[in-house]
Ligand binder design. Structure first.
Ligand SMILES: [Zn+2]
Length: 321
């Protein structure tokens, strides 16, 4: 029997964007770990024969110091996606003009380095609005994957505010919708199509645990493994089983921190699971991805979107909750 299709992507958030989100000084010079982490990720993917999508931040592509690492990604045959220019998780507050500029700058920077123009988009912090969809459709994008159907968004945000005591009221206001609303949990886990005027766009949500809608992306599972490896593996296998049972096509998400330890990026050593030695971390990521590949045929996001396009799927219009 043919294995059902699933997709794998990586949000190439750079060191500076973590520092910026956390409110740490020094991010303004855009410190980068791409020269360390990109070759490591590419080697890992090659050894397992995975071809995935990298969502890249335009600001990184625009800087000379990152050109080589980013070019390596497309040379290795992975898809290049747009992850915004400034990596600000409040794109839903941008006007149409601001969004158009944001997209244009990112596309230009990516094209210059990789020779390719992205066809897919993931907003930072899962931010999405009708205007974002409108601009994507106008610019010829084929798919979006900025939704994370989860109930725990407000919880994650509360934790984030607690962990950032120096934030001003204005900064907090901007981050009001960070990580989403409780009602995001009622969003579909299965891919669908947005109807935007005459045009349509495929939406591939980041998969969360069916029914419970708890995140299952690698970072969460790795974090869980620091408490109990057995619990983390059981959780992972249960998630895969539940997706199979409910016919949920998986789209899984990776991050650079899944391939880094505190030694590689001392500024980020307070982040979850950054205390794990790198060999242990890579071994665990390898185990969960190999388990995933046993049940699914893994491709990049564009392949997944093309498959959705060819199928009869739900068509939706964006309504602000
Ligand atoms: Zn990101």
């Amino acid at each position: 029997m043919n294995k059902p299709i699933a997709s794998l992507s990586l949000d190439l958030d750079n060191k500076w964007s973590y520092m910026k989100t956390h409110g740490d000084a020094g991010w303004e010079s855009f410190p980068s770990y791409l020269d360390v982490v990109v070759p490591r990720i590419l080697k890992f993917l090659k050894e397992r024969n995975f071809k995935i999508t990298f969502f890249i931040v335009g600001q990184d592509a625009a800087l000379e110091k990152n050109s080589e690492a980013i070019a390596q990604i497309s040379n290795a045959g992975h898809e290049i996606g747009n992850h915004s220019f400034n990596h600000e998780p409040w794109l839903h507050l941008y006007s149409k003009e601001e969004l158009t500029e944001e997209f244009e700058k990112t596309e230009k920077a990516l094209e210059k380095v990789t020779g390719r123009i992205p066809k897919g988009f993931r907003g930072p912090g899962y931010s999405l609005s009708p205007t974002v969809l409108e601009v994507l459709a106008e610019r010829g994008y084929e798919y979006d994957c900025s939704t994370l159907p989860t109930y725990i968004g407000p919880l994650a945000r509360a934790y984030y505010f607690l962990a950032s005591p120096n934030m001003s009221a204005e900064e907090k206001e901007k981050r009001k919708k960070l990580f989403g609303k409780f009602s995001d949990g009622f969003q579909s886990l299965k891919p669908y199509k947005w109807q935007i005027g005459e045009k349509s766009l495929v939406e591939i949500p980041v998969t969360t645990l069916p029914i419970f809608k708890v995140p299952i992306h690698a970072s969460y599972v790795i974090y869980l493994s620091t408490f109990s490896k057995l619990a983390a593996k059981t959780y992972w296998k249960t998630a895969i089983q539940m997706c199979k049972m409910t016919g949920t096509p998986l789209s899984l998400l990776l991050h650079p921190l899944d391939f880094l330890s505190g030694e590689d990026a001392p500024e980020l050593k307070f982040f979850p699971a950054m205390n794990l030695p790198i060999e242990k971390k890579l071994e665990f990521v390898s185990e969960i991805l190999e388990n995933f590949a046993k049940s699914f045929s893994i491709g990049n996001m564009r392949e997944h979107a093309n498959f959705v396009k060819s199928e009869k799927t739900l068509v939706r219009e964006f309504a602000e909750a």
